[in-house]
Structure formats: C-alpha cells, structure tokens
Design a protein around this ligand. Structure first.
Ligand code: FES
Length: 181
C-alpha cells in the first residue's frame, strides 16, 4: 500500500475459530482466553525478546508490539476507536492512531486547505506497528511473532534500551509560564 493511500473501509482480520489442533512450534503461550477477555489487555515478554500487547475487543483478540512506533508510548493504556470504519488503538501519549488489524498509522489529511468547509479524509502512512498472529487452541491463547524481515518502525522500541525504561512514565509536558513584567 502506498504511504499516501486513502484508507479503505473496515478490513480488520478476524480471530480464527478455536482449534483443537496443537499450537505451532513457533507460537508462544500468552494465557487462558477467559483471563485475557476478563482483563481486556495483557502484556508479555514473548520469547525473551519482544514485549507484546494482547488485547480483546468486540469479540476479537489482537496482538501487536507493546510500545508505540512514534515515541515508545504505552499502547496498553490507549483507547480503541473507529476511524473510517477501521478499529484503531489511540496512543495515550500523542494520540497517534494505529489500526488493530494491520498496524497502519492513520492521519487526517486536508485536500484543499483553502476550501470551506474544510474536507478531511483519513489516510494511511503505511504499516508502522508490528502486528503478531494470535491462535487459540482449546481456550489457550498463543502468539506467533511476526518475523517479517523488513524493518517496521515499532522495532525501534523493542531494544534493551527501551525495555529498561519504566513504562508508566508519560512524556513531560513543556510548561511555559508567562511572568508579568
Ligand atoms: S508515543 Fe505514541 S503517539 Fe507519540
């Protein structure tokens, strides 16, 4: 998809139906589906190398890199909203929108800034957040890491340097104080 391509209507992938076959050897156990549904969101270090967020929303499970591609924000605290028919997690740090199904960054574009009223469209910046595959077997939930060799921007925040940063920290807001002269 080109980086400027306008977003299409809902194209979210669906959670595969529960299976009784054994999980793939490359998959990693996350937890019991009932527990994840109850919690809504679960974070886990998968395979000792990747912090993954697994979330349950409207009957579906999704998995993605835990830290936002923009600046490492804590996606597990983000709201889920729909933009142009696509479900997105909204990063709590700077409100970037990331589609749950593909990990695309969405932005609002204005075709003609001189036209009134302004007409805006949701467009895609392309895949920015690494999305992982979810499998459910007999009520157990597994993640298979997305091993696409192409670099995805959220990879930046999967290094040891960022893993050791406390995730509760919010970026500090710059306060400008005007003093009366
Ligand atoms: S860190 Fe997520 S929007 Fe900036």
């Amino acid at each position: 998809m080109s980086s400027e391509e306008e977003t299409s209507q809902a194209s979210s992938s669906s959670t595969p139906p529960p299976s009784s076959s054994p999980p793939a050897p490359s998959s990693h156990f996350i937890g019991k589906k009932d527990d994840i549904v109850k919690a809504g969101r679960v974070t886990k270090l998968v395979n000792g190398c990747r912090d993954v967020l697994v979330l349950y929303h409207q009957g579906q499970l999704h998995a993605m890199d835990m830290r936002c591609y923009h600046s490492g924000g804590t996606l597990q605290h983000g709201d889920i909203e729909e933009f142009n028919g696509r479900l997105c997690i909204v990063c709590p740090w700077h409100k970037y929108k990331i589609t749950l199904a593909e990990g695309e960054g969405l932005y609002q574009a204005v075709d003609d800034p001189t036209a009134r009223p302004l007409r805006t469209h949701w467009r895609s910046k392309g895949v920015k957040q690494r999305i992982h595959k979810i499998t459910e077997v007999n009520g157990d939930v597994y993640v298979t890491l997305n091993d696409c060799a192409e670099t995805i921007e959220s990879d930046t925040y999967q290094t040891e340097r960022y893993r050791s940063v406390p995730l509760k920290a919010q970026p500090k807001l710059k306060l400008s104080i005007q003093l009366d002269s």
